[in-house]
Design a protein around this ligand. Sequence first.
Ligand code: BTN
Length: 260
Amino acid sequence: MFNCSAFNNRLSTAWLGHHLHYFEELESTNTYAKQQEGGELAHGSVILTDTQTKGRGQYQRQWQTTPGQNLTFSLIFTPAKADRLPLLTLGCALAITELMDLAGDDSWASIKWPNDVLVDNKKMAGILTETQFSGDKLNKVIVGIGLNVNQRDFWDALSNKATSLFQLTQKEQSREEILAELLQRIEYYYRLWVKQDEGLPKAVNCRMLNYGEWVKLTVGGKELTGRFKFLGINAAGVLVALDEHMDVQKFAYEQVRVNL
Ligand code: BTN
């Protein structure tokens, strides 16, 4: 079971994670967050559970993890506008990659467009960012993060595709310490995101898999003709690429898949 007081003792953020809503079991932390009325979850709240019964991933996929082994949580943000959200998601992914470096392993953690963290080409974490509006008014942004921490093995279909901090380090990790450390990094990148600091997209792109490579792009399920030089994300939160005529092309985030 997650130890909330150990987490609180370890937490050194200015605001992120100061309201921790912990549940032994939830359908999904993102779904729970969405179900709460406008002001019920303060900016910087964290919804965390040990077991998700209907965890959700990108593209309507399921997100399944072994109960009590990993970190499954949602962060609540209440920015003024719902623009540049892909960059916020990727800022959180960047924070996770840095945490992987701290684990002391030689492996290089990278960000796979649009929202995965890979280590040794295997998925370590996934992020699902959602919004909740009342009419035109943005109530909250929900950044749901699934991070594989102490999971020993993955079921057949995932065994070659997923990894965990335990698999990397062969050591049982403290989920409380990891979450506290991660929130500190996310808080830092959130500040850059709010300030529209150019350093954020740059730092994200430095960690982006296939950055600067010629790739195939699939937009809205259709593969585009020709190859594109993948230039990552820009300050506006859109994917930038050069086409074969060296013209700059920009793509809205969610619809684009990047393939070699
Ligand atoms: C993906 O890789 O497709 C995104 C996975 C996101 C999973 C997290 S776990 C916590 C939060 N609650 C959910 O139901 N999903 C996100």
